[in-house]
Ligand binder design. Structure first.
Ligand code: UD1
Ligand code: MG
Length: 450
């Protein structure tokens, strides 16, 4: 049956004690609201309508452009929030799925099961429930003596006896559209002065309507985020879920508890991740790599057989068999060809290093193209910035750059050329030239076999 989805994201999340809205806090590097939007879109087949507060431009951006947005001008509760979407959705009929935006782990399969159950339900609504010993402040599902759902009792208003109920309201519902839109106006005001969406359940029950439930398949789906403690629990659960998946796919982790892999990462077989390794953003990692310990890789592509030790790699591309570290830093636009070796304290930005380049120690390479098998001596620096503009450095294949050479860009070092230790190169050096001094001058032409 045709369904529309509404995601409730206008709450401030006061229990987070934060200056930013709760749904903008990140889980696995992604804002909370984005998780619900993605799972819901997958199940419903179209992006949801997101209810946002007046002062929340960031929430729109985080939910994504494909969504529709409706404002809730006053925060008068979850029932009032849904009411804001009535004008936009009432005409469309079908099923209306409503989901809280603070439930990042509810899987699209659960949304689908809920929609399917409501499709067969003659009654007005189906709710997603869970059985759990740790209630996390969720509303309890109260049933009558014949086992029929009678009401949802909010945690704050529950009696001792009701608090002992293990069946919880997850915060995701499927309604028959006409019933939902005609009943929202009748919601009572709660003791907190809000209109609770959950009071619709008692309304349907008192009309004698059948209320269906679908129980989530996996326990961690119900990790809702109301406090920063919940957020940390969610990170842990996400980490365990992702790490288990990669270990089952053939990746070794010495210590999964200190291995942090984002949801948009790919890793090849027999790669070994050592403790305190962070793979964040979009990372494509090949097979047979050895990464860490103490390494962060963000938005990068790493070829097969690479070794990266105690380093930071951001926005870079590494071809096969590259060795980095310890203490290397590859920045945006670094492209290292096959078999490049960069030892300790190297930094590369916006530069292409062809196959076999060696940078043993302490160097900065920025805005450069470095030909095959070039050897960059310790302490070499491309002086690429004159205070206003960046300039390029070109180094031809097989060149040998002496220790502590300053390459004052723009400058070209020819193929097979050499620079003496400590030279400050301000002019181009021809192919097979030997340049020395400050500023460096070419003193002779090398034999190609030198
Ligand atoms: C809600 C449910 C509770 C359920 C729990 C599980 C109600 C009254 N209670 O409680 O039964 O067990 O979720 O997740 O619905 N929001 C708005 N506008 C508002 C208020 C809230 O858009 O005026 C949004 C929030 O941004 C949030 C969602 O609605 O994403 C739920 O609000 P929250 O305050 O987290 O409700 P819970 O106390 O968790
Ligand atoms: Mg909540």
């Amino acid at each position: 049956m045709r369904a529309n989805a509404i995601i409730l994201a206008a709450g401030l999340g006061t229990r987070m004690k934060s200056r930013i809205p709760k749904v903008l806090h990140e889980l696995g590097g992604k804002p909370l609201v984005r998780w619900s939007v993605e799972a819901c879109t997958k199940a419903v087949g179209a992006p949801p309508t997101v209810i946002v507060g007046l002062d929340m431009p960031g929430v729109r951006a985080a939910a994504g452009e494909a969504c529709s947005f409706v404002e809730q001008r006053e925060r008068l509760g979850t029932g009032h929030a849904v009411l804001q979407a009535r004008a936009a959705l009432q005409e469309q009929g079908g099923i209306v799925v409503v989901a809280n935006a603070d439930l990042p782990f509810v899987r699209s399969e659960s949304y689908r099961a809920l929609i399917a159950r409501q499709g067969e339900n003659p009654g007005p609504l189906t709710l997603l429930t869970a059985e759990a010993d740790y209630p996390r402040g969720f509303g309890r599902v109260k049933r009558d003596d014949r086992g029929r759902v009678a009401a949802i009792i909010e945690h704050a208003h529950a009696s001792e006896e009701e608090l002992a109920i293990r069946e919880l309201n997850v915060g995701v519902y499927a309604f028959r559209s006409d019933w939902l839109w005609s009943h929202l106006d009748d919601l009572p005001v709660s003791p907190k002065g809000e209109y609770y969406l959950t009071d619709l359940i008692a309304m349907a029950a008192s009309e004698g309507e059948p209320i269906e439930t679908v129980t989530v398949a996996e326990e961690d789906e119900i990790i809702g985020i109301n406090t920063r403690v919940h957020l940390a629990e969610a990170e842990k659960a996400l980490r365990e879920r992702i790490n288990r998946m990669w270990m089952e796919a053939g990746v070794t982790m010495i210590d999964p508890a200190t291995t942090y892999i984002g949801p948009d990462v790919q890793i090849g077989q027999d790669t070994v991740l050592l403790p305190n390794t962070h793979l964040l953003g979009e990372v494509f990692m090949g097979s047979d790599c050895k990464i860490g310990p103490n390494t962060t890789i963000r938005d990068a592509s790493i070829g097969d057989g690479c070794t990266i030790d105690a380093s930071v790699v951001e926005g870079a591309v590494l071809e096969q068999d590259v060795e980095i570290g310890p203490y290397g830093h590859l920045r945006e636009g670094a492209h290292l060809g096959r078999g490049v070796h960069m030892g300790n304290y190297g930094e590369v930005k916006n530069s292409r290093l062809e196959a076999g380049v060696k940078i043993g120690h302490f160097s900065y390479i920025g805005d450069a193209h470095i030909g095959e098998n070039v050897n960059i001596g310790a302490g070499t620096i491309t002086c690429n910035y004159d205070g206003e503009k960046k300039h390029r450095t070109e180094i031809g294949a097989e060149a040998f750059i002496g220790s502590d050479t300053m390459l004052v860009a723009p400058v070209k070092i020819g193929k097979g050329a050499r620079t003496g230790a400590g030279s400050v190169v301000t002019k181009d050096v021809p192919d097979y030239g030997l340049a020395v001094g400050i500023p460096a001058r070419v003193i002779r032409k090398l034999d190609e076999r030198d």
